[in-house]
Design a protein around this ligand. Sequence first.
Ligand code: AMP
Ligand code: MG
Length: 523
Amino acid sequence: MPSPSKAPVPDFSTDRHTSRQPQWINRFANLSGDFGCAVDPTPVPNPVWVARNTELLAQMGLPLDWLESSQALQAFSGNALLPGSQHWASVYSGHQFGQWAGQLGDGRALYLGELRTPTGSMELQLKGAGRTPFSRMGDGRAVLRSSIREYLCSQAMQGLGIPTTLALCLTGSPLSVIRETAETAAIVTRTAPSFIRFGHFEHFSSAPPHQGSSALKLLADFVIDHHLPESQSPGFCQNRYANLLHCVTQKTAALMAQWQAVGFCHGVMNTDNMSILGLTLDYGPFQFLDAFDPMHICNHSDHQGRYAYQRQPQVGYWNLFCLAQALMPLIEDQDLAVKVLETYKTSFAQAIDAAMLAKLGLSGVNPAGGKLYQPADISEEDRALQQDAWQLLAEDRVDYTLFWRRLSHAAASNNSQDPNWQSVQDLFIDRSAWQAWQLRYMNRISHEDSCDVSQRMLQANPKYTLRNHLAELAIQKAQNNDFSEVDRLHSLLQFPFDEHPEFESYAGLPPDWAASIEISCSS
Ligand code: AMP
Ligand code: MG
């Protein structure tokens, strides 16, 4: 087995750095020893490339010819150290399934460091590169199956325009990893401006005051200064840390609205999986809805349905409440913190109204008054139209993605006998309920420019999402050393709003066996 060694790779830390090359800056790693500890990855035998996101690698200014080298493969498998990088794991705590879980931390992820890249600063983490001081009972490894899911889904979210951490590349190894059965290991390299979680704040807030309070302030100031300067200008109020909470509240509300609109279920919305930057973080038992079921539970370990699709916005609020409690030693004004949290309700409502109006192709011209309205001013008729659509979809368990996409095409015609309208109707069992809604909707969009409506909707309603069965087919091939389907899906999901006629079958109903795919926390 190769041991970690200095491979002849580009040294991004040298003076020869130019603005087009990335450079290690490692700001969080160097902030204070309180936030984690140095740890090297544990090598794996015989690593192979599974996938590389060449667009992202190029955007970050990483030399593509170097990525063809075996040194790059060794570095992104955890078998060699990149000069200038700083390997470490951070400590955090969190609430899991509604209960305080105490200390958790990066148990199977570790930082390579932070690069200043042509498109901004980016932290890099290896996920599955071996044990860290925070691994507790875990092996620090990830399996190929779950790593492919993270690699693909983070790209799918990016393609959909939803804030997310993003996988850079994926390597595999024949190393055996025991889950429900023996599987093989894989290592995802993932990127984000910051991987700081609500749980980081909870950790230092829960520590004894002499250990925690200065670290809590240092962490909050670091996030404000380096990642969320917009939280202070203009700011919600005069209180610096209430402004931070407000900014995270707005970002979380916006993220929840985007998840709901596209039918994404995260599966494990514990506070340690909530990004302080409002990014989708820690892909595990996630699922894009096939048939629309508001109470859909994608995580087979979630027996109470705490993280069911419909509950996600409420859980987002609950998690922000935990963050607010963690920030109380800095905010020092409970009434103010409550006032900040209250803004979630309006912000989420506005964001989901705006997202659903876009899905319905309604430009915001209020037919009653003819004025352009803000999302908050959505008319009662439009809100009812949107909520009744959800109700209809739920009653007939209609495929969520197909419905919106077919509706987008149908909206180009004002003839209900048009084949595109028929194809929407075909999704429903209760035809008369559908036709009643269709009549109201066609009447409503007749106030809009019909050509525009359809075009706008095709940009709001993706044709392709990473349905569970599509990921599963890519995984099965990859488990037989054929990684072509991972690449194919990755390319497709970069542009999920485009037609890609050659991929028509990827946009169809899931096969019957998809219902038996079981995804749990260990995924
Ligand atoms: P998750 O449910 O994946 O968000 O993980 C919760 C906590 O368990 C985090 O501290 C993870 O780092 C840790 N963890 C999960 N899986 C493993 C593993 N295989 N080895 C070590 N730590 C793990
Ligand atoms: Mg996690």
